[in-house]
Design a protein around this ligand. Structure first.
Ligand SMILES: NC(=O)c1ccc[n+]([C@@H]2O[C@H](COP(=O)([O-])OP(=O)(O)OC[C@H]3O[C@@H](n4cnc5c(N)ncnc54)[C@H](OP(=O)(O)O)[C@@H]3O)[C@@H](O)[C@H]2O)c1
Length: 336
């Protein structure tokens, strides 16, 4: 079924040829990403979307959105499994054919606060889903980006230990990325399970920003930005919280978002992300941390060349370790 839908979207792309633009995205089934997808399908008829998402009723609902018919392709993948992501990238490449990617949105994210959760590859879950899965997607798809195209990675203000955050999220201490990838040792100095989960989430968001800064140097023809949506109530990012917190974040806080300092409406943040993906001058913003629509410095750590280099090195090592020998992915400098 997903395949049929996918094929029809690509057939549409071929019919319309170069006039069509292509967005490949993760995290389009819920919250900020879902709003971006809805608006893109409704308002930008010259875009098609290839969505990488795990199967769920949410995906089925997306296929019924106005504008989705023939313009939305869904490729199954669980970002908590590198082999699943790798297979999905094969499928994306097959769907693209010679059609380039205009924008790549790395928006999926999770925050877990109930214990030492691990991915299918045995990696700390926030590290695996928020950072490493997206790292693999970029490695597999960067050769398919149109020169002048863009990559937007959704980060967060909580990447910065010093930044104000309305939700009072516990922040991360820098650790070697091999430790950050370890489901028992990442941020293990933090005693409370909730605070530890939050710190791991923050570390993954710092890695998202470091990755964007690295890619901006590696891919000078591509605009690479890290996006801060700020605190955006009304999404499911708090899905691992207790019922009271979930209720408050999903349904109550959105009512007060217009007047609460540090909170942003879903409509505003999704509009900012859509703008970054389709309109912003990506070249001039490349390598930057963009808060809403405004470039900001980000934490000093996020620009530390030695720490960035180590994060990239560890990501390559882990991909090589975790992926099947049959994978088509080969980390260039580690392949011998
Ligand atoms: N909301 C905020 O206050 C806030 C603040 C700063 C940054 N952010 C960032 O904004 C981004 C979007 O978050 P949101 O607030 O919109 O949260 P959300 O409503 O929970 O959306 C998260 C998205 O990530 C996807 N996802 C999670 N785990 C996945 C997996 N294993 N495989 C495939 N897809 C997976 C979800 O898909 P499913 O439908 O399959 O679960 C969903 O589409 C995240 O990167 C988050 O860190 C949010």
């Amino acid at each position: 079924m997903a395949r049929d839908n996918a094929m029809s979207a690509v057939a549409a792309a071929e019919r319309f040829g170069a006039a069509r633009k292509c967005l490949v995205m993760t995290g389009g089934t819920s919250g900020i990403g879902r709003r971006v997808l809805e608006r893109l399908l409704r308002e930008r008829a010259n875009w098609i979307v290839i969505l990488i998402a795990r199967p769920s009723p949410r995906v089925d609902a997306l296929k019924a959105l106005p504008g989705a018919d023939g313009r939305l392709a869904v490729v199954d993948a669980d970002l908590a499994s590198l082999n699943s992501v790798d297979r999905a990238c094969d499928e994306v490449v097959g769907l693209l054919g010679s059609h380039p990617i205009d924008a790549l949105a790395l928006n999926a994210g999770i925050q877990t606060v109930t214990g030492d959760l691990a991915s299918a590859d045995g990696l700390e879950l926030a590290f695996a889903v928020n950072f490493l899965a997206h790292f693999l997607i970029v490695e597999r798809l960067k050769g398919h980006l149109r020169p002048g195209g863009r990559i937007v990675s959704t980060s967060s203000e909580v990447h910065d230990p010093e930044a104000f955050c309305l939700m009072g999220i516990g922040r991360a201490t820098w650790q070697d990325p091999l430790v950050l990838a370890d489901p028992t040792h990442a941020q293990s100095h933090v005693a409370s399970v909730v605070d530890r989960g939050e710190a791991r989430y923050c570390a993954s968001k710092l890695l998202n920003l470091m990755h964007a800064r690295h890619l901006a140097l590696e891919l000078p023809n591509i605009g690479v930005m890290a996006f801060n949506p700020s605190v955006v109530p009304g999404t499911d990012i708090g899905r691992d919280r207790n019922w009271l917190q979930r209720l408050g974040f999903k349904y109550l806080l959105p009512l007060f978002a217009p007047i609460v300092p540090g909170a942003r409406l879903l409509a505003r943040s999704s509009g900012d992300l859509l703008w970054l993906l389709t309109e912003a001058d990506a070249q001039s913003l490349s390598g930057q941390y963009v808060d809403g629509r405004a470039p900001q410095p980000g934490s000093s750590e996020s620009s530390d060349p030695a720490k960035i280099a180590r994060a990239i090195e560890v990501a390559h090592v882990l991909l090589r370790r975790c992926l099947d020998p049959s994978s088509t992915f080969l980390a260039p400098h580690l392949s011998h």
